[in-house]
Ligand binder design. Structure first.
Ligand SMILES: [Zn+2]
Length: 280
């Protein structure tokens, strides 16, 4: 089984502040080390559980999706690094994979949880696919399911795992820290967090075959509410996108993949004026 591991930074144990997730911030180098170590724990567990091939996707927007330290990555894994990406945190995912892991993830914009946001915390407020309000977990789950790939593992703080279980009741969840606020958490020691991730990854691979997917039917609409009207105006330049409120754009597509790519384009249009590194 091929396993795709999308690894973000905000949900890693020891990470609680934007300074850590921003490449020019204090402690960023330490945070990317923690991120790489949690990715490795998931890689080890995936192989232990029976994976035959593992691809890791650096899925933190800071530093242009170049955060994972490739020379410290488990040599059995390959790494998707850099941006821009049509399919964002899941670039390169297709129907050849048997399971998706979301490691180091966080809650959606407006929710309780450490460093909660949806994709681009500077530009984006809320995102809906159809009528479902989604964060990064929901957005990525919908795309993966459209390829027939189940989300088998989600790791992050306790609120993140709760958000994942709301949408994916059967998912394997690993809590590496307890959110005490948006910038405060009670964290497991990294070694303990990595041990739990490895064990969760083993269970996730073993049960991936039993996890069903329910791909959305066509057409698929994605609605994006931005934090300011100028961003919505820029996003409305994407072909097919329509302003449905001063700060909200809707795009209707034949597939989740097209909707996701359209969303990536909307957010990319926001970036040239504002700088693309404060996101993910
Ligand atoms: Zn991130």
């Amino acid at each position: 089984m091929r396993v795709y591991i999308s690894v973000d930074m905000e949900g890693c144990s020891g990470v609680v502040h934007r300074e850590q997730t921003n490449p020019i911030g204090y402690d960023y180098e330490s945070a990317r080390t923690l991120m790489t170590a949690e990715a490795n724990a998931a890689v080890r567990g995936a192989f232990e559980g029976g994976a035959t091939e593992v691809v890791v996707s650096d899925s933190h927007g800071g530093n242009g999706m170049r955060n994972v330290l490739i020379d410290r990555l488990d040599p059995r894994a390959e790494l998707i690094l850099g941006s821009p990406r049509r399919l964002g945190q899941l670039e390169g995912l297709d129907d050849s994979y048997g399971a998706l892991f979301l490691v180091g993830y966080h809650t959606r914009h407006g929710s309780t949880g450490v460093l909660s946001h949806t994709t681009n915390g500077q530009a984006v407020a809320n995102v809906w696919i159809g009528d479902e309000l989604v964060g990064e977990i929901g957005l990525n789950a919908r795309l993966a399911e459209s390829f027939g790939v189940p989300v088998a593992l989600v790791t992050g703080d306790d609120r993140t795992v709760a958000e994942a279980k709301e949408q994916l009741p059967e998912v394997e969840g690993v809590v590496v820290k307890k959110a005490l606020g948006r910038y405060t958490a009670r964290c497991l020691h990294p070694e303990r967090a990595q041990q739990l991730i490895e064990q969760g990854a083993v269970r996730a691979v073993k049960k991936a075959d039993r996890l069903g997917t329910e791909p959305l039917g066509s057409p698929v609409s994605i609605r994006v509410q931005f934090k300011e009207t100028g961003s919505a105006e820029a996003a409305a330049a994407v072909p097919g996108a329509v302003l449905v409120a001063d700060d909200t754009v809707e795009l209707s597509c034949d597939s989740v993949e097209q909707a996701y790519a359209g969303y990536s384009s909307m957010v990319a249009l926001w970036e040239p004026a504002w700088g693309g590194w404060i996101r993910g």
